[in-house]
Design a protein around this ligand. Sequence first.
Ligand code: NAI
Length: 331
Amino acid sequence: KIYHDDDADVDIVRSKTVAFIGYGNQGRAQALNLRDSEVNNIIIGNIDDDYAKQAQEDGFTPVSIEEAVRQGDILMLLIPDEDQQTVWNEKIRNNIKPNTTLVVASGYNVAFNLLDLPDDMDVVMVAPRMIGAGVRDRYVQNIPYPCFVSVEKDVSGTALATCLSIACAIGATRGNGAVSSSCREEAGIDLFAEQALWPEIMAIFREGYNVLHEAGFSDEAILFDMYLSKEPAEIFERAADEGFVKQLKYHSRTSQYGQLSTMNRHDGKDIREKFRRVLNDNILSGNFAKKWSNTKWAAEELTKEWKEVENAPIVQADQRVREVLKPDRKK
Ligand code: NAI
């Protein structure tokens, strides 16, 4: 189901006190959009950092997260996903008013039950598929942008109306409208892209480099052909605009035949099995989310992975080629 401006009543959110927990990429964009939609009771809850200063420069008077939560009828939880559980337990949970609505911009913490939710709390998702700057710019220019919405917990019976009111006030129901989804679906697809699809694509490029390098081809030629030319970006843009396969018409007939005949014979069985394992065992089971909530462990693991990838031949070739290119020679 797709929701449009007509489905929403912005007066609902105008009649509430909206507390922002976080004033970063999404927090700032959404708060400014709400204010321009004549939502007058906005409170910014932020730790004492540069984001709080930004809120002040934008004309808000930031308060502590605890204080913002104490006042809010609607809580916009807009801090990084990996910090939400800790901040929830330490600063939010004990200060929530009765009958409030929690709004998340990504499904992660709700989908994997990482937040201890009060029984009387409504929970909705308003998840722009767009960086914060895009959410703000498009609102100002009156251009639509994609957004997922969902109702996760409806104690009041009015959660959908609140959800759509917020989505409309941040400009997310314009044009093609906001798409009905769920936290599980949003988080599942997002993590799948991060843990199955893109790593496989990156590994394919890595192995492509290894084989071509072994064959004695030059690093410059290989990397230019694979991605330095930005051809993959162009292909994906055409795929989005005209169709996943239809974009092939921009390639030579030789290229079309090579791509289609190989892909059509690729049975994909091994990859499908692997993808299923990642999706079911690691993602939907909540195993990954549980591990990743341990922020100390997460930071150490991420540092280790960065260290390991430095030694990959394609990464070293990339560095060498960039040295030769130098920025001024790229023009
Ligand atoms: P961000 O990284 O811009 O968040 C910065 C904000 O979080 C600041 O207000 C900062 O003070 C606060 N913060 C950071 N660590 C904190 C801590 N330990 N305790 C208290 N406050 C802390 O976050 P971003 O990117 O705006 O993401 C917010 C939510 O929006 C997340 O759920 C994310 O998945 C979602 N989202 C983000 C998108 C993006 O383009 N960045 C797109 C769509 C959804």
